[in-house]
Design a protein around this ligand. Structure first.
Ligand SMILES: C=C(O[C@@H]1C=C(C(=O)O)C=C[C@H]1O)C(=O)O
Length: 204
């Protein structure tokens, strides 16, 4: 289910706009939770959904690394991913460097989640997952999500260039994504990092 409010461009005090948007978002998200299916809010909703999906995959990466003892940081893998992002962004008519900066945020968000969870599981071993995901399989999923994120960046170029309208749309999408997926403080922090440059990621 997708809510698609128009971008607000009219005059009027910003706080009224923010309050109304916030109320609509929370009400919409709460209704969606009660009905169960995934929901995305507004024109940037799908992008926020994908960012949440990628952050959630960080949980599985952390579980895999907890079992194997592999470090959170893998600079070689990061470089490979960013090179691929630059290449594919250019194919889609996006600014490769801006797209790479957006993905640096996705990577940072994942590492914040991984470090947070590994610390939590070290201090409370009873909360640690019993299973050990296959890191290669999780990485294949991360790659698939990356491609979808790039498509969304391309599809939302106009919205992301809409100045204050972008900030309003992003706030709604982020709030709805966090509420619908019931993100805890750690994952909300990660979502903030993942989406912080959305309104500044330009096209070619
Ligand atoms: C997700 C991983 O952990 C880190 C985060 C990465 C990412 O978000 O793409 C890539 C490499 C690691 O620095 C991983 O090792 O695959």
């Amino acid at each position: 289910m997708v809510f698609s409010p128009p971008l607000f461009r009219g005059p009027g005090p910003r706080w009224v706009l923010g309050a109304v948007t916030g109320a609509v978002v929370v009400a919409g998200a709460a209704a969606a939770v009660s009905r169960g299916p995934a929901v995305s809010f507004g024109p940037l909703g799908p992008l926020a959904e994908l960012a949440v999906r990628r952050i959630r995959l960080g949980d599985q990466v952390a579980a895999a690394k907890r079992s194997t003892g592999a470090p959170v940081d893998d600079p070689v893998r990061e470089r490979e991913e960013l090179a691929r992002v630059r290449r594919r962004a250019a194919e889609l008519g996006l600014d490769p460097e801006a797209a790479a900066r957006f993905f640096e945020d996705q990577i940072e968000a994942s590492k914040v989640v991984q470090r947070g969870l590994l610390e939590r599981w070290r201090d409370h071993p009873g909360e640690a997952p019993a299973t050990c995901p296959d890191l290669a399989a999780v990485r294949a999923e991360l790659d698939a999500v990356a491609q979808r994120l790039l498509y969304e960046l391309a599809a939302t170029e106009r919205v992301r260039g809409a100045g204050p309208g972008c900030a309003v749309a992003l706030s709604g999408a982020r709030t709805a994504g966090a509420a619908v997926h019931r993100l805890d403080a750690l994952h909300r922090e990660a979502l903030g990092i993942a989406l912080r440059s959305v309104c500044g990621v330009g096209g070619a």
